[in-house]
Design a protein around this ligand. Sequence first.
Ligand SMILES: C[S@@+](CC[C@H](N)C(=O)[O-])C[C@H]1O[C@@H](n2cnc3c(N)ncnc32)[C@H](O)[C@@H]1O
Length: 271
Amino acid sequence: MRELADSSVHLVVTSPPYPMVGIWDDFFREESAQSYDEMHRYLYQTWKEVKRVLVPGGIACVNIGDATRTKDGIFHLYPNHSRVIESFEQLGLVTLPYVLWKKPTTKPRYRGKGAFLGSGFLPPNAYVTLDMEYILIFRKGSLRAFEPKDPQRYKSKFTKRERDEWFSQVWTVTGARQTHRGLERRVAAFPEEIPRRLIRMFSIESDLVLDPFLGSGTTLKAAMDLSRRFIGYEKLEDFSGIIRERMGQGSEKIVFQKQSVVEQVSPALAA
Ligand SMILES: C[S@@+](CC[C@H](N)C(=O)[O-])C[C@H]1O[C@@H](n2cnc3c(N)ncnc32)[C@H](O)[C@@H]1O
């Protein structure tokens, strides 16, 4: 993220490729990151940059799910969320209480494959279904400082109802209405409600919001609608069309550049 100066971003809202989750296997293979450790080492490079570009007191929100996989005949949990927390702690950020996003669409599977593996209602060999994802929240250093009665901050305030709902630990948010089903499913797009809430909770109008793993651009769209400035990166060029379309008139503010030096990412820059 070379085009971003140190301490220039107020909020990061992102969802990386998830280690050990089937749809991302090919992606990590192409990056020569095949073991669980290597996949997290790949993500760590981005977390390091996130730390560098955040302003003091800036917040990073990372949506990630755990994974399960049977390896060498043993069924195993891969707790991605705890590895991401370890990475951010290692970088010296402050870990704040996180959100558990309950996805109502995920149901336990009773027959054949899945949590019950044919054991039906018989103990003890079934396992619990992963039907939550994490929204991990980190802060760089101490609290952001504002002038008393800062007008932008007051303009950005949330209502009591929003506060009560958003600052509780379990969120039930239904899946996104997908306009490009194939592509959005391929990147596991999150519903726009997720970045909308996080942006309202942890930034004020005119702040700069970054998504280093853009996918279909959900975070940028929410940031634009909420009068924040925005910047994002996406490695796969295929997504530039869908991001542009999604941003509508806002796409005039986006510049796609091929940056072979920056690991061939395409930054979408706010004007
Ligand atoms: C889980 S998806 C993001 C989905 C997004 N939140 C949305 O709503 O569409 C992760 C994205 O990160 C991209 N990606 C992975 N590594 C990257 C890198 N080093 N630089 C930029 N983008 C990367 C992948 O191509 C993928 O589109």
